[in-house]
Structures are given as structure tokens and as C-alpha cells.
Design a protein around this ligand. Structure first.
Ligand code: API
Length: 278
């Protein structure tokens, strides 16, 4: 089966985007893993499938799969690329786009300069929202990893995030601790792991070891989770510029736990392609 796709990225977090409004195709986990491979396939961090909405009040549904084939609830950089894609493909002419995701509804605003602002919804700190095995909702949780006692912020942005404060992201033990926390038994559905260096009250540096994809050049939901945890700890004030290896995002949040986080950043097209699915 021949399928047309577009390769896109948000600050280097890269995606294969497929229009399933005008095309028909089915992707299983094995196929996704093969397509995600950067030597034997197309290569991407996540696959984004654009579908008609199930709820008539929404404009689209978009499904997100990690490179390991797992379906996930939310993808911040992916949401910006999705918004750019549906307008470029003439699937909509709206500037305000409502979309269904596994993690809940999102509202995307495409600005005149083609930047995209995403209402990422409110953060959730209750451990069961991630899910995370903990006795109570805390600003910081103790987590034992290979005999080391860590303190983490636990935040759900629809998808689960553990946020670890470090003095210097460049020397942070991302490769060693990322996978160990991702697969820690206290995270029954695994977890994305953010390593946050506080540069000022309005600026952080961040690296993210992503669940199901490894360290990526940027993570939108990870940026939101780090800012939410940092503001809740009294370390940060909105707006916060988040410097990731692939570039910077602006995150706004009033600190009211019912209020949504707003994320603004770029979305780039790289190339269009065609692939034959088995
Ligand atoms: N790896 C994430 C999904 C992609 C999130 C990231 N690419 C973003 O921009 O938010 C998870 O398993 O929850």
C-alpha cells in the first residue's frame, strides 16, 4: 500500500506526518518501529496520524506513536507540526484548530508569522494522573534509583513526566538515569524524564529523555512539565523561556492549577515522501 507522508520537526524533535483524512492506511507497532529506524527506515521520534474527528465539535483527531511503536497521549512539538501540516495541506483554512488526542482536546492557534501557540491544557500533579506510585501529591517526591535517592517533580501533561533539577544540563547523567527512571517500577506506564537547570526565574535549560524514543533534541510536553514543576516549586515565574538542545520554546502559565499552559514555538516541513507499507 502506497502512502504519502511529510517529514517535519519542531526544534529537531522530528515526525513522520500522515494525512489519513484523504488517504487510507493502517500502521502496526512493528511497521512503526521499522519506519522510525534512522538507517533501515525513514527515521523519526514520533509518527503523527491526522484523522477526521470522532467528536463533530472538533476539527481533527491526531494520534501519536513513539519510535518504539507505543501510542501516547500528547506531543507538544507534534501539535505545532500538526497545525502547520493541516493548513499547508489545505485540510483546513482555520487559524484556530480544535483537535482530539488520546490525552484530551487541544486548541492550536496559528499566528500570522506561522508560529503556533498551543493551549496544552492544565498540568496534573496527582500521582494517579501519570500514573505514579506515591503516597500523596507532593511538590517533590523521593525516588530511589540504583541506591541513589533522587527528588523529582511528577507532572502529567496528558502524558507522564518526571522532572529532575540539575546544576548543569551539559554534564547531567541523561544517558545513565534517563532509561532507569523511564522504566522505574513506580511508573507503571513508564515516564518521560526531564533534566532541568534553572538559569533565572524566567529561563531554564532542559534535556529530555523521552519515553519510547530516548533523548530527543526537544520535547514540548517536557518543556511544559518542567515549567509547571519549577513554578510550583517557587523557582520560576511565567513566562519562561525553555532552552532545549534543538532550540527554545516560550511557556506561559499563571500557576493556577486549573489554568492551561500555553506553548509557542516553530514547526518546520523538511520534505514530502511516499512509502510502500507491507
Ligand atoms: N515520548 C512522549 C511522546 C512525545 C512527546 C514529545 N515529543 C513532545 O514534544 O511533547 C511520551 O511517550 O509521552
Amino acid at each position: 500500500m502506497r502512502v504519502y507522508f511529510t517529514k517535519m520537526h519542531g526544534l529537531g524533535n522530528d515526525f513522520m506526518v500522515v494525512d489519513l483524512v484523504t488517504q487510507r492506511a493502517r500502521f502496526d507497532a512493528e511497521q512503526i518501529r521499522r519506519l522510525a529506524d534512522r538507517h533501515f527506515g525513514i527515521g523519526f521520534d514520533q509518527l503523527l496520524l491526522v484523522e477526521p474527528p470522532r467528536n463533530p465539535e472538533m476539527d481533527f483527531r491526531y494520534r501519536i506513536y513513539n519510535a518504539d511503536g507505543s501510542e501516547v497521549e500528547n506531543c507538544g512539538n507534534g501539535a505545532r507540526c500538526f497545525a502547520r501540516f493541516v493548513r499547508d495541506q489545505q485540510l483546513t483554512h482555520k487559524h484556530k484548530i480544535r483537535v482530539e488526542t488520546l490525552g484530551g482536546p487541544l486548541t492550536l492557534l496559528v499566528t500570522e508569522d506561522e508560529r503556533v501557540q498551543v493551549d496544552m491544557g492544565a498540568p496534573r500533579f496527582a500521582p494517579e494522573a501519570l500514573p505514579f506510585t506515591a503516597d500523596a501529591d507532593r511538590v517533590l517526591h523521593a525516588l530511589e534509583v540504583d541506591g541513589e535517592r533522587l527528588e523529582i517533580g511528577a507532572v502529567s501533561m496528558g502524558n507522564p513526566h518526571a522532572v529532575l533539577r540539575v546544576d548543569d544540563v551539559d554534564s547531567a547523567p541523561v544517558a545513565r538515569l534517563g532509561p532507569r527512571i523511564e522504566h522505574h517500577p513506580h511508573f507503571p506506564r513508564q515516564v518521560n524524564v526531564g533534566f532541568m537547570q534553572v538559569a533565572s526565574r524566567h529561563e531554564i535549560r532542559l534535556r529530555v529523555h523521552e519515553r519510547g524514543a530516548g533523548e530527543t533534541l526537544a520535547c514540548g510536553t517536557g518543556a511544559c512539565a518542567a515549567v509547571a514543576s519549577g513554578i510550583r516549586q517557587g523557582l520560576l515565574e511565567s513566562p519562561v523561556t525553555v532552552h532545549l538542545p534543538g532550540g527554545s520554546l516560550t511557556i506561559e502559565w499563571t500557576g493556577d492549577e486549573a489554568a492551561p499552559l500555553l506553548m509557542t514555538g516553530p514547526a518546520e516541513r523538511v520534505f514530502d515522501g511516499r512509502v510502500n507499507l507491507r
